[in-house]
Design a protein around this ligand. Structure first.
Ligand SMILES: Nc1ncnc2c1ncn2[C@@H]1O[C@H](COP(=O)(O)OP(=O)(O)OP(=O)(O)O)[C@@H](O)[C@H]1O
Length: 257
């Protein structure tokens, strides 16, 4: 199978500052200020064309950061990212301009992706039909509910027909009917040999949909492999951390300071 995405030793480092003054000093003085924080550390894996890969991990483990790096929205601090094909990133709110109407957002996003005005005219009815938000399509996005934003973002992204679909919790805010319709469209993508990255806190959705799972923990790869195997390990880990007695945890945290 052809390779779609290669991630090699990818690291994303942020600087955490206690005060704004510290940030300014870090920018203008040769001495380093602030504390290094690694959102991702030496992450490596490969995705083949037609694979659907789910990312799991507790809050703050680096899932969105990795998706954003694959989508080219943020650069890695270190490492190699190879993406073969056009990608589309879908998250609640992603890339939508609040002041513009839904219809204007469709036009803007498609123009930015290089579609001609004629192409956009042809695509628009399908996008609007799939989003199914009624007269709100001509209202500014700032008046939308989070589910409506997700519907519009998802509809634009699947209709531009990218090679790689990157979905960050976008189905979590939609209602059941929309989630079902979206899943069907994603299955259609899969059958056509497209690559899909999928972040969800619903292990059921991941189990139903993904071929492989990448488990991130504190920015590092804990496991990568077939869905069943990695989810078994991940579920056991979640059970273990949720069983930890609170009192004992407090003592451990205090002792580690
Ligand atoms: N711009 C930033 N500056 C500093 N830290 C950041 C920045 N963006 C993200 N982080 C940190 O990087 C870590 C990873 O964040 P990320 O959003 O990728 O996690 P996640 O696994 O998607 O979490 P969740 O499940 O809560 O959505 C978090 O600790 C977050 O606070």
């Amino acid at each position: 199978m052809e390779t779609s995405v290669v991630i090699k030793n990818v690291t994303k480092k942020y600087k955490l500052y206690r005060k704004n003054r510290e940030k300014v000093m870090d920018l203008i003085l040769p001495k380093s200020f602030g504390q290094d924080f690694y959102a991702l550390k030496n992450v490596s894996f490969e995705a083949k064309k037609g694979e659907t890969i789910g990312f799991v991990g507790t809050n703050g483990s680096g899932k969105s950061t990795l998706l954003n790096i694959i989508a080219g929205i943020i650069p890695p601090t270190d490492g190699v990212v190879e993406v073969n094909g056009e990608s589309a990133y879908i998250a609640v709110n992603a890339g939508l301009k609040n002041e513009l109407t839904g219809r204007e957002n469709i036009e803007l996003k498609c123009l930015m992706l290089g579609f001609s005005k004629e192409q956009i005219k042809r695509m628009e009815p399908d996008i609007i039909e799939f989003a199914d938000i009624g007269p709100f399509i001509d209202q500014p996005v700032k008046s939308y509910s989070s589910g409506m934003k997700s519907r519009l973002g998802f509809s634009i992204s699947v209709n531009i027909d990218p090679d790689i679909l990157i979905i960050d919790e976008a189905l979590a805010v939609g209602d059941k009917a929309f989630a079902k319709k979206s899943m069907e469209r994603m299955n259609d993508f899969k059958e056509r040999g497209k690559t899909i990255f999928f972040v969800s806190h619903s292990t059921k959705q991941i189990k139903n949909f993904c071929d492989k799972v990448l488990w991130l923990q504190k920015g590092e790869v804990k496991a990568f492999g077939p869905t069943e195997d990695v989810l078994d390990e991940y579920d056991a880990f979640i059970k273990m951390i949720s069983k930890k007695p609170k009192k004992k945890k407090k003592v451990t945290e205090a002792a580690s300071r």
